[in-house]
Design a protein around this ligand. Structure first.
Ligand code: SF4
Length: 263
């Protein structure tokens, strides 16, 4: 039988990130495994620098770059980025770091161009890895916190934009932007930070921000989470219901045993 556990309100988490929310939408059973049971995949102790390590390195590099108040000239800004990048990659022990480093070297000039273009439009860096949190009361569950950490926050006069760095393809991100009620991360950030929101693909050139449509009802998208939680607290089940595109990368597949049951 397809698993579909029911969880007592006392066992539901009290803090929800966009990742937890996305997981709940993608497959409630996967949410059950990760966020209710707290089962996490082991980080394999291999030497190779995988794509997520690479993404984390780029996030650290870009935070250090912007925290350092880079100089306004292109050559000087690029030199600063190269220096910070070289130091970050030098500290990585993996033998594959060289391949990733050389990939990033080719993208750095495009990143600096995109940054200077953005600055020319009047934007300035406000903060990196910024935490936002919103308390919420859910009937049957009590006080919860909706929270998220945003890669970069920029400001221009009274306006604010949150920027989410992505190492995925711009093509895939454009698709996500067409269905913001299914790919909720960016609308959720926009709602939490009360800001405009963009994806910034940093793994291809040219580097160009992809903006969430300003007409998106981020309030409705974000408030659906407390509504879902209210239903769970009232006894709604958490069925295994991922689509293949989700299941193919799911660490809980051995637990839900997809393929052993039929709906
Ligand atoms: S393998 Fe698919 S159905 Fe099973 S838990 Fe993961 S996402 Fe859900």
């Amino acid at each position: 039988m397809r698993p579909a556990p029911v969880v007592a309100a006392a066992h539901l988490p009290r803090r929800y990130s966009p990742t937890a929310y996305q997981t709940l939408l993608d497959c409630p059973y996967r949410f059950f495994v990760k966020s209710v049971l707290g089962i996490q995949e082991l980080d394999e102790a291999d030497e190779a620098l995988d794509k997520s390590d690479y993404g984390n390195a780029l996030h650290r590099i870009l935070k250090a770059f912007h925290d350092s108040a880079p100089p306004p000239g292109r050559d000087a800004a690029l030199a600063r980025l190269q220096e910070i990048s070289a130091a970050e990659f030098a500290a990585l022990p993996a033998w594959t770091a060289a391949a990733w480093r050389s990939r990033w070297e080719k993208i750095q000039p495009a990143y600096v161009d995109a940054w200077l273009d953005w600055v020319a439009q009047g934007w300035h860096y406000h903060s990196g890895e910024a935490e936002f949190a919103m308390p919420f009361h859910v009937a049957g569950l009590g006080e919860i916190t909706l929270h998220g950490r945003v890669d970069r926050v920029d400001e221009k006069n009274e306006a604010r934009t949150v920027i989410d760095y992505k190492t995925g393809s711009a093509q895939g991100l454009k698709k996500k932007l067409k269905t913001p009620d299914e790919a909720i991360q960016l609308p959720f950030y926009a709602w939490l930070a009360e800001a405009a929101a963009v994806y910034l693909p940093i793994n291809e050139t040219p580097v160009a921000p992809l903006e969430l449509d300003g007409e998106t009802d981020v309030d409705a998208i974000s408030r659906r989470l407390p509504e879902l939680l209210e239903a769970l607290a009232a006894g709604a089940a958490l069925p295994a219901s991922g689509i293949d595109a989700v299941c193919n990368y799911c660490e809980a597949r051995g637990l839900c045993r997809k393929g052993m049951w039929h709906v």
